[in-house]
Each structure stands twice: as structure tokens, then as C-alpha cells.
Design a protein around this ligand. Structure first.
Ligand code: AG3
Length: 291
């Protein structure tokens, strides 16, 4: 069951984050509530944000603002890499990241490894906004453990996207050293890994530990921000890690215009601007990043 809280006789679906912060949205209808092998999975219809997916009562995505996360996760690396052909997504069961990746014509194959089939099925049924490309023939969807996949596969990738939950439950190992050693092994020399990197307001320790893990494996390390309305604090981040490519110096904004793609959040100005961080970020993570 999702956490539902009554205020003034009205039902709100709520997220309680790290035991100190509560946010909520007016509930119209509970659409699905299922306990999977890995987590509690809920889909609800809200008054202001459309359908919303929650894993273990934490908001993962909503119809209204999913584009911000998915465009920024996919297009920053895919427009920096000169010719991204093979992409790996770890997690991302709602399908939003895959949808954006597949808009790039250069991408011949996208492998997505999601541990929880219940999430995929829930989104296919109730969140078509994000899941509508999950049957694309260039997508290979594996229901499997991403940690195990990166340890065992011999395939090579140009871009790896780690579209995870918070570092609790099934998402926890996706923030660790072992995982990134393997990601490094399966990246081509011009490869990039971009990961969901939490909130600089609320979770700076998580950012510090993720970036220090990345710094042990890769040469170019950065963090970029974007804003959405569903995650605690509103300002959220992605990490960048690569050996050869630099997300600003190797970014050719002509490629964005020539792609003919239109966006709701991403654009070529924001691509570089997103790496400029508020000073409190530099104070907290400055020692780990060099972009
Ligand atoms: N991944 C979840 C990001 C973290 C959200 N945290 C929270 N609500 N406490 C999103 C998956 C989108 N494809």
C-alpha cells in the first residue's frame, strides 16, 4: 500500500524521505499496489502530476515531470559522445531513459537490465508516458540483476546510464566500488557513465561517496544538476565519469540542432550550464570533481 495521509478530509499520497521530510500530492485513485520480490511497488493517480510510480514509498517518476530526469540523463552523454552506438541502462524499469536513448539514430542497440519485472509491468499498464518504447526492436530488455550483468557480460558499450533508486534496497550496490570497476571494464575508450546522483541539499554524503568511487576509476568526473517537482528538495543531480570525453569541451552543439529532436527540458545551453554548480556544492564535493 502507498502511504496515504488525510488532511482536511482529503487523501494525499506521501513520501517520507530519510525520516525527516514529508511531501505529498492529492490522491485521485490508487491504481496498483504490489509487493514484488524486491520492493513495494505502487502506482497512483494524483490531481496535479498525473500517474506516479513509487518504489518502497519513494517517488520514482510522474507523468508531469518525468521528462526532466529522462532527457537530462540521456542527452547530456549521448550528445557529447560523437557516435554512441551501444548503450547500457542499468535499472530504468519505467522506460523513460530508454525512450530518450532510442531517439538517437546512431544508437543501434540499447540493453536495459532491470531487476524488478513488477516495475516494468506496472509502468507498461499505467504509465505509458515513460514505457511506450519498451517494445522497440533496438531495445533488449533483460529482467536481471544489473550488478551481476556488469560482472559477467563481455559486451562493450559507449554509454552506460545508471538509472537507479536511492541507495537503499535493490539500488544500494549500484553506488559501490565493485559495480563501477565492472562498468569501467565494459566501456569503450571513449565511454561515459552517467548515474542518478541524488540531492546536494539532502544527501551530500551519498554524492561524496559516489563521486569518490568514480574518481578511483575514471579521469573526468563531474556532477550536473537539473530540477524537478517530485524529488525531495527539487534540485537533483547526475554524475558524469569518463576517461577521454569531456562533457563541455567535446560537446558540439551543432549536433543537437542537426538531430532535429525537440525537447521539453534539455537544450544545448543547459547541457553546459548544468555543470556549473552552486557554491555549497563545490564546498561539499569540489575535491572529487574536475569538470
Ligand atoms: N530514480 C529515482 C531517483 C531518486 C528518487 N528519490 C526519492 N524520491 N526519494 C528514478 C527513476 C526514473 N527513471
Amino acid at each position: 500500500m502507498a502511504h496515504i495521509h488525510k488532511v482536511n478530509g482529503q487523501d494525499y499520497v506521501i513520501e517520507i524521505f530519510e525520516d525527516h521530510y514529508l511531501q505529498g500530492w492529492k490522491l485521485e485513485k490508487e491504481l496498483l499496489s504490489k509487493k514484488s520480490k524486491f520492493q513495494q511497488v505502487d502506482v497512483v493517480k494524483t490531481k496535479s502530476l498525473g500517474n506516479m510510480l513509487l518504489n518502497d514509498n519513494l517517488v520514482m517518476t510522474s507523468d508531469r515531470d518525468e521528462f526532466a530526469y529522462h532527457e537530462m540523463m540521456a542527452h547530456v552523454p549521448l550528445f557529447t559522445h560523437p557516435d554512441p552506438k551501444n548503450v547500457l541502462i542499468i535499472g530504468g524499469g519505467d522506460g523513460g531513459t530508454a525512450r530518450e536513448v532510442l531517439r538517437h539514430k546512431s544508437v543501434a542497440s540499447c540493453v536495459m537490465v532491470e531487476i524488478d519485472e513488477v516495475v516494468v509491468e506496472a509502468c507498461k499498464e499505467f504509465i505509458p508516458t515513460t514505457s511506450n518504447e519498451l517494445d522497440n526492436s533496438r531495445l533488449e530488455l533483460l529482467i536481471d540483476d544489473g550488478v551481476k550483468y556488469v560482472a559477467e557480460t563481455n559486451r562493450k558499450f559507449d554509454v552506460v546510464l545508471v538509472d537507479s533508486t536511492d541507495p537503499i534496497g535493490p539500488g544500494a550496490p549500484l553506488f559501490g566500488e565493485e559495480f563501477y570497476k565492472n562498468v569501467k571494464r565494459l566501456l569503450n575508450p571513449k565511454g561515459v557513465v552517467v548515474s542518478q546522483a541524488e540531492s546536494g541539499w539532502y544527501l551530500k554524503e551519498n554524492q561524496q561517496s559516489l563521486l569518490s568511487v568514480l574518481k578511483n576509476q575514471f579521469k573526468n568526473i563531474g556532477l550536473y544538476n537539473y530540477s524537478n517537482i517530485t524529488y525531495p528538495g527539487g534540485l537533483w543531480s547526475f554524475s558524469w565519469a569518463s576517461d577521454e570525453l569531456h562533457p563541455i569541451h567535446d560537446f558540439n552543439e551543432r549536433r543537437v540542432a542537426e538531430s532535429g529532436l525537440d525537447f521539453k527540458y534539455y537544450n544545448s545551453k543547459l547541457h553546459t550550464a548544468a555543470f556549473c554548480l552552486p557554491q555549497f556544492y563545490y564546498n561539499s564535493i569540489g575535491e572529487y570533481i574536475n569538470i
